[in-house]
Design a protein around this ligand. Structure first.
Ligand SMILES: Cc1cc2nc3c(=O)[nH]c(=O)nc-3n(C[C@H](O)[C@H](O)[C@H](O)COP(=O)(O)OP(=O)(O)OC[C@H]3O[C@@H](n4cnc5c(N)ncnc54)[C@H](O)[C@@H]3O)c2cc1C
Length: 350
């Protein structure tokens, strides 16, 4: 009879790696199944808000690309406003390095990681879960979907997505000095979305995103934003990817299975920032999974309760607020972004 793991996690993104680390460190046999070979590129601006330090028990400095102490806001490319702080609001990372760093740390803790194995089917049975990949069949007591916005595990939950389509490119500059330490955000350049530019050591991540149901011709808006950022003839690879905003309550936990990170829509309802909430959801899931494994009763409703207490109330406020900010972008920009430091700190929490 083949091995029955305590937990199988699908996906080696930040949420999957953090959960794998936590379960392995408590002595549970845990395996992560990842379809890509690592390190892998991931479309992402790589901005980590300072508040993530509260959740991580390790130092980020070896993988930090830049420390953001200035944010340049504009509304429809005008009405420039700079917000500045002595301490960083945020840090930037390259996802290929950040995610790889997390997986190596998780592996050292004793979690198995199989890469290049795409999960094609999951079966939740009464006495165990079966996970079928392109190469093998695995068995476990518990299955977790940390497999992003197109999660195969989420098929078991009928999750409603609020899809945002994004376009992003990483642009090389000979002289990155003028971009360093500063993030740019334009509010209003595109209906129901925004544009950003975040510096890394050697490239600027430039992108734009908007609710898929509300915007056409994203490319046209993206070109305007590139021009504003002074990008004309530089060579770049342009990526399109989607992310699904949080804000709507969903069932994300059940018998022997649950969802974390993007798979469970744990993404900031206004900014689409998801790494912090991916880590936070992994932390909450590990509490419930540990208890379930110890009592040998595998319903994960405690995770659902933890999420409803610690994430959903905050998301509900942001969801309602984002409706207002996106609909009345000028009022939102003037009152809430330019003149309300309390709100600003609420987002970035320095
Ligand atoms: C353009 C863009 C910019 C963004 N910028 C930011 C930002 O600046 N800051 C921020 O916090 N967030 C940002 N986000 C959101 C952020 O990228 C996600 O919220 C974050 O990656 C979620 O982590 P995760 O671990 O849940 O999922 P992911 O990072 O998506 O990882 C999922 C993993 O699962 C694997 N996988 C998927 N399907 C399978 C399968 N069937 N079998 C095996 N493996 C599978 C994937 O290969 C992947 O490695 C951005 C998103 C986009 C699109």
């Amino acid at each position: 009879m083949s091995k029955v793991y305590d937990c199988i996690i699908v996906g080696a993104g930040p949420s999957g790696s953090i959960l794998g680390y936590e379960l392995a460190s408590k002595g549970f046999s845990t395996i992560i199944l990842e379809k890509e070979r690592l390190p892998r590129y991931k479309v992402c601006a790589g901005g980590l808000p300072h508040r993530i330090c509260e959740l991580l028990d390790f130092d980020l400095s070896s993988i930090t690309e830049d420390r953001i102490t200035k944010i340049e806001f504009t509304h429809k490319l005008e009405d420039r406003y700079i917000f500045q702080n002595d301490e960083p609001f945020a840090y930037t990372v390259k996802r290929e390095k950040f995610d790889y760093f997390l997986t190596q740390r998780t592996k050292k803790e004793g979690c198995e990681i199989k890469t290049g194995e795409k999960v094609t089917k999951v079966e939740i049975n009464r006495d165990r879960v079966d996970v079928i990949t392109s190469r093998n069949r695995y068995k476990a007591k518990i299955l977790v979907g940390g497999d992003g916005v197109r999660s195969v595990v989420a098929d078991k939950f009928h999750i409603t997505r609020r899809a945002v389509t994004t376009i992003e490119a990483e642009v090389k500059f000979d002289d990155m000095k003028k971009h360093q330490g500063m993030m740019k955000i334009d509010w209003g350049i595109i209906p129901f979305g925004y544009a950003w530019a975040l510096p890394k050591k050697d490239v600027l991540s430039v992108g734009i995103g908007a609710l898929k149901s509300r915007v056409k011709n994203l490319k046209g808006y993206f070109e305007r934003w590139l021009e504003y950022c002074g990008i004309r003839d530089q060579k770049m690879k342009v990526y399109t990817f989607s992310v699904s905003l949080g804000g709507l309550k969903s069932k994300i936990a059940g018998e022997r299975t649950c969802l974390i990170g993007d798979a469970g829509n744990f993404v900031h309802p206004l900014t689409a920032e998801g790494i912090y909430y991916g880590v936070k959801s992994a932390n909450l899931a590990s509490i419930a999974i540990e208890k379930a494994l110890r009592r040998k009763s595998y319903n994960l409703s405690e995770y659902q309760e933890l999420v409803e207490r610690e994430i959903y109330p905050h998301f509900k406020k942001l969801y309602l607020f984002s409706g207002f900010l996106y609909t009345f972008s000028k009022i939102g920009y003037t009152i809430w972004i330019k003149n309300n430091r309390t709100l600003f700190k609420y987002f970035f929490k320095t």
